[in-house]
Design a protein. Structure first.
Length: 129
């Protein structure tokens, strides 16, 4: 009975036209393969650079990585520091991982912005494990 009362909503819910476009895009094999290759390259770059910065990165095959930090406060501070620099990462507290953040892959420009923001934020936050 309680389950009937709950409505599940995604944080970034795609519209019906966006969903139709996504389904159609899956039929475009060239686009699909190019997207998979771009994501794999971005994931390698993201993992490598975050590791070089002293952050631990949980191995991933998705379009994001999980980054455990020292504490809940460290994760919240990083989320806030990056948001102030125009970069959005996802805190994982609601998933039962309060000391972790999720960082998505993106274009080279997106990743450059992330890495620059992390370097600036790193002056205020220790990234060492």
């Amino acid at each position: 009975m309680i389950a009937e009362l709950l409505k599940v909503k995604l944080p970034f819910e795609p519209s019906t036209p966006a969903q139709a476009g996504a389904i159609a895009a899956l039929d475009d094999k060239e686009w699909l393969h190019r997207s998979l290759e771009l994501n794999a390259r971005a994931l390698r770059r993201l993992t490598h650079t975050l590791s070089e910065m002293g952050l631990q990165v949980v191995p991933s095959e998705a379009n994001f990585v999980l980054v455990p930090l020292e504490s809940r406060d460290a994760a919240a501070t990083l989320v806030d520091q990056l948001l102030r620099r125009g970069v959005i990462i996802r805190p994982m507290e609601s998933w039962g991982l309060p000391q972790c953040v999720r960082i998505s892959t993106g274009t080279d420009e997106d990743l450059d912005l992330l890495f620059d923001a992390l370097k600036e934020a790193g002056q205020a936050i220790s990234f060492t494990r």
